[in-house]
Design a protein around this ligand. Structure first.
Ligand code: FAD
Length: 598
């Protein structure tokens, strides 16, 4: 078999914010480091991030500090977050932002010349460091520049299809060049997964083609475990019209900067959906809500800035009750609330997005929006300090890792998560490799032959299933049966359909040859997508309550018995289905628990 071979100390799979930050940390700590990514360097999903990076720097509100950020994050996640991750994240995010600035990132400024911070849902104070509404682009540009300056090897347009392991630890990764179809193996004692999310499991999503759950699935198949998979975030504001752009994100900054939601009757309906849990900190009247933008000390936050799960459910209910727009959304209006010049300056991408894709001028008209699958809270179960998974030598950071966001992520907390835990994963991966220095990592030839045969199997079948048709059926299954509002009967039906889809995925066939063949690429992504869909459906069926990004029509309230339990998934050897286990949450120390009570 023709095979390109490389040896490194640390191999990072994924070149988004988490992957690049991990690679930088590993390389700076002496590890021979490589980054592998499906697309071109600089094109990862992180580039699409708009609103900002959450970090309690206190630039706009001196009252802000890591303790308030920790509390907001835990409350936003309805207490299922791993407390230690939420603590480290809140404590270290400001340093990570300042470090980015040192490396050349140009943030928007306050009148005093400090890094400007904007409001987002669930954050008590304006806390998001930003660059207009193109923050992800600047973050990635900066990390990319540093990666190149450090001389880190980057394998672009290269897909990892399997992780390699021996009896005890990870030993590397196997993949192929998308352009030529040729196989590659990277032997390494440490592998960091930073592959992002799973959005392409759903029909309507803000996510790009790269989000096929590869890292979640690779980890599970290699013997690691996943946690929190029932929690999928539906962002309240995606475009709904025209159909070609359905799901495309409309940043939360629109609401952070003053935008409000109205139904087809013109009512500002969010006041009807304030849950008791957030009532004390939410404005009671439109007047109070409007005053909050300039006086946060004496007023409470507008209900449009409740955490995303609350707002998405409210929009869903309005549309279901017949108060939606013609195309099944509601109105998001900033035009009547802020001057045109302000909107164009603060939200330049949104202005162009609507103008070019929907012929809507957001400085004059309201935007038609609705929920879109946006983020997966669930991911690889990791040690909170090192990001190491259950499989020694295998680390995970960024959206592919679980635990940090509990049942619901606050906006802005992902970019900070990438930086904080990307760095920690890179450091720990370098240390792990250093401990094994000198011991050559061996990879069994049979495992490589097996990985190659599995990758080529779709070419060997004639008249099998078309990957595009299978993907469409899977996306409809997840959208219709495991979406925002879930029921036992529908999820059981979803699992039946997933079982049928498994048979179809085992019978995929593709035509043509290995050189840049998109049908083949999809055929290799589909088993991952199917496995993560099964994980979501199984965990969602098991959790009989509603919490964060998991709403059960048949169990509409949060249940105290579930408040202390996580669901962990693994794939026992020779099992044909994932196993779901209930696991008690780790015990939070008293001083942190007190912060939540205050
Ligand atoms: P990504 O940036 O997605 O990188 C994944 C990498 O893995 C890519 O390089 C990909 O090619 C690679 N990869 C995947 N599978 C494989 C494979 N099998 N082999 C090789 N490589 C692979 N969060 C915020 O905090 N603030 C915001 O303002 C914000 N705005 C957002 C706006 C939009 C439109 C979207 C969609 C998300 C937004 N988010 C925001 C969320 C945030 O952008 C993501 O959660 C975050 O960027 C994920 O980063 P990551 O490094 O984990 O993964």
């Amino acid at each position: 078999m023709e095979l390109e071979r490389h040896e490194y100390d640390v191999v990072v799979v994924g070149a988004g914010g988490a992957g690049l930050r991990a690679a930088i940390a590993a390389s700076e700590n002496g590890a021979r480091t490589a980054v592998v990514c499906k697309s071109l360097l600089g094109k990862a999903h992180t580039v699409m991030a708009e609103g900002g990076i959450a970090a309690a720097m206190g630039n706009t509100w001196p009252e802000d500090n890591w303790r308030v950020h920790f509390r907001d994050t835990m409350r936003g996640g309805k207490m299922l977050n791993h407390w230690r991750m939420a603590q480290l994240h809140a404590q270290e995010a400001p340093d990570r932002v300042l470090e980015l600035e040192d490396w050349g990132a140009l943030f928007d400024r306050t009148p005093d010349g400090l890094i400007s911070q904007r409001d987002f849902g669930g954050h008590r104070y304006a806390r998001l460091a930003h660059v207009g509404d193109r923050t992800g682009l600047e973050l990635l540009r900066t990390l990319q520049q540093r990666t190149v300056a450090l001389g880190i090897d980057v394998y672009m347009e290269c897909t990892v299809t399997r992780l390699l392991r021996d009896d005890e630890t990870v030993t590397g990764a196997f993949g192929y060049w998308r352009e030529s179809g040729r196989f590659v193996v990277w032997q390494a004692p440490s592998v960091v997964l930073a592959t992002g999310g799973i959005g392409k499991a759903y029909k309507v999503t803000s996510n790009s083609w790269e989000y096929t759950g590869d890292g979640h699935s690779l980890a599970l198949q290699a013997g690691a475990s996943l946690v929190n998979m029932e929690f999928v975030q539906f962002h309240p504001t995606g475009m709904v019209w025209p159909p070609s752009v359905r799901g495309l994100l409309v940043t939360e900054s629109v609401r952070g900067d003053g935008g409000i939601l109205r139904n087809s009757a013109g009512n500002r309906f969010m006041f009807d959906y304030i849950p008791d849990y957030f009532r004390k900190e939410t404005a009671e009247s439109e007047e109070e809500a409007d005053r909050w933008y300039t006086d946060k000390t004496n007023n409470r936050r507008p209900p449009e800035l409740l955490p995303r799960d609350e707002v998405a459910r409210a929009i869903n209910s309005e549309v279901k009750a017949g108060r939606g727009t013609e195309h099944g959304g509601v109105w998001l209006d900033i035009a009547s609330r802020r001057p045109a010049e302000y909107i164009r300056k603060r939200l330049p991408s949104m202005y162009h997005q609507f103008k070019e894709l929907a012929d809507v001028d957001i400085t004059r008209e309201a935007m038609e929006i609705g929920p879109t699958c946006h983020y997966v809270m669930g991911g690889v179960e990791v040690d909170p300090d090192t990001q190491e998974s259950r499989l020694p030598g295998l680390f995970a950071a960024g959206e592919v890792a679980g635990g940090m966001h509990g049942s619901n992520r606050l906006g802005g907390n992902s970019l900070s998560d990438l930086l904080v835990f990307g760095r920690r994963a890179g450091l720990a991966a370098a240390e792990h490799a250093a401990k094994l220095a000198g011991a050559r990592v061996e990879v069994a030839e049979a495992a490589l032959a097996d990985a190659a045969a599995a990758a080529l199997a779709p070419f060997d079948r004639d008249g099998g299933e078309n990957p595009y048709a299978v993907q469409q059926d899977l996306q409809s299954t997840m959208h219709d049966l495991v979406g925002i509002i879930r029921t036992r009967a529908e999820m059981a039906q979803a699992l039946e359909r997933i079982a049928v889809l498994k048979g179809r995925v085992a019978n995929l066939s593709v035509e043509g040859h290995r050189q840049y063949n998109p049908g083949w690429h999809l055929a290799l992504d589909l088993p991952h997508l199917l496995l993560v869909s099964e994980c979501i459906a199984r965990a969602a069926l098991e959790r009989e309550e509603s919490r964060g990004g998991h709403t059960r029509d048949d169990f509409p309230a949060a249940d105290d018995a579930w408040a202390h339990l996580n669901l962990v998934l693994d794939l026992p050897a020779d099992a044909d289905a994932v196993r779901v286990t209930r696991q008690p949450l780790p015990q939070m120390p008293g001083d942190l628990a007190e912060l939540l009570e205050s």
